[in-house]
Design a protein around this ligand. Sequence first.
Ligand SMILES: [Ca+2]
Ligand SMILES: [Ca+2]
Length: 343
Amino acid sequence: MKYKFSKNSNNFVYFFIFLCGLIIIGFVQVPNNSFAEPVNYGLGFDGINDNVQLPLIYNVFGGDSWRNTKTISLWIKPEGPGEECGQPNPGHCQLIIGIIPRSWGISRGILNGEDRIWIWNIDDINEKPDAMIPLIYEPDEWIHIALVHDNNQLKAYRYGSHLPGDTRNSYASVSVDTAGEKVSYLTLGGFFKQDEKYAFKGQIDEVRVYNIGLDATAISQIYQELTPPFSPNLKAYYRMSDGDGSFLTDDSGQGNVGIFREELQTAVPPNGPQWVESGLFGSGPTPTLPPTFTVTATFTSTPSPTATPTRLPPGFTPQPSITPTRTLDPNTNNFLFLPMVRK
Ligand SMILES: [Ca+2]
Ligand SMILES: [Ca+2]
């Protein structure tokens, strides 16, 4: 009888634990919002003092090969129109990514009256970019940009596409590193010195750094996140996967962690770069973007004179009677958003 009581008691305890487990699992699994998948984060930069200091580029590449051969690929969403650059030189525009001291980079701002994203490289000690490639962009729109430096050529890609005019001859990026001392840091979101501030205002996501010059096919893989196993040539990969904190994890597994800063000081949260919902790859309230156009296209038929560039809202299906009349001009920001499925 005693045994039986004890057994019942044990059964009750097991049942109680089981019940608690069910309740806990229930709590964990209750969706906290309507998102169909985890939030895809990006990083927001305030255009005032935010930046992320990544490791020494020597360490990222495991040597000095970055001077001759590299690919930088990223999505950016510049906020508002660009500002006049500090000097007639893209090294003095809002820095999106590059190294400091400056040598090459991707920046944005107004030079010679043109508000552009600039892909540039300096291959001598004059500090004058011998190669600079302007790319048209639309403020407040996501755009994919890639810089490829290889075989003494600098190439710029937009949305994974390369135009023949977007190539410049350019030799090894200048470096102030010496054999004994490495001082060139890969930096995201802004250039800061005592008397110079070129802070990028906008969002950045999905940054990939390779130690080879990717070909056009590889560059075009931009509509979803990379999944393991990664190429050994992927030296740093920032999916902005953290979602909180003031460090930027290197998702390539190579350990090239970034540190949030305001100007040259370590940022103290909640200051510094902000984790934001990226909007890329189908995250957020609309799990998968429907096919939509950003329309600044040349029309082959006569459009309404009042037609203005517009993005169709999520869920809107382009009218069949309109779609066939579009001709996409690669020099403008018209862009077919393919369904972006997050892996
Ligand atoms: Ca992301
Ligand atoms: Ca700030």
